[in-house]
Design a protein around this ligand. Structure first.
Ligand code: ZN
Length: 160
């Protein structure tokens, strides 16, 4: 288990700091057993900065391969996570109300002196996961699906 790093979000942003974390499954207490981290590593890049409009932010980029259990056929499938989110740091709670005016994919967080980065990354990782993991349509190993599939690809279709 690595030492859990904390950052002062405003300072992190104003100094344009950067952290790369290599996280292991045991660092994520809320990840369910249906999601297995391939290669046992989740890479998270945390970058601070200030936008042109003067707003401080923290960017989080998460790169991971997960193996999940399809809830339709219970087979495994691979999920590649490559998510990037920006968090604008605000200092007062009432500024959180501005969310409606913001462009999509931009979130706001209250400035914190000691933000638990691992927990922050875990929140993002969980958001990037599907609510119900499923294969793409037609990729299931279920017999019902495959019978449908067979009729669609009937060899007689090609004979005219
Ligand atoms: Zn499936």
């Amino acid at each position: 288990m690595i030492k859990r790093p904390v950052i002062d979000t405003l300072e992190f942003a104003h100094k344009a700091q950067h952290q790369t974390l290599q996280l292991r499954p045991e660092d994520f207490s809320r990840l369910t057993e249906e999601s297995v981290i391939v290669n046992d590593i989740v890479t998270a890049n945390v970058t601070g900065g200030v936008q042109e409009d003067g707003k401080p932010f923290v960017d989080i980029e998460i790169l991971s391969g997960l193996q999940q259990t399809c809830q339709r056929c219970l087979g495994f499938f691979d999920l590649q996570i490559n998510s990037r989110s920006r968090f604008i740091i605000v200092t007062r709670e009432d500024q959180l109300c501005d969310i409606g005016q913001e462009e999509q994919d931009v979130n706001t967080i209250i400035a914190e002196k000691e933000l638990d980065v691992v927990s922050f990354v875990e929140d993002e990782l969980l958001l990037a996961l599907p609510m119900v993991p499923l294969h793409e349509d037609g990729d299931c190993e279920s017999p019902q699906i495959s019978s449908e599939h067979t009729s669609l690809t009937s060899p007689f279709k090609g004979l005219k």
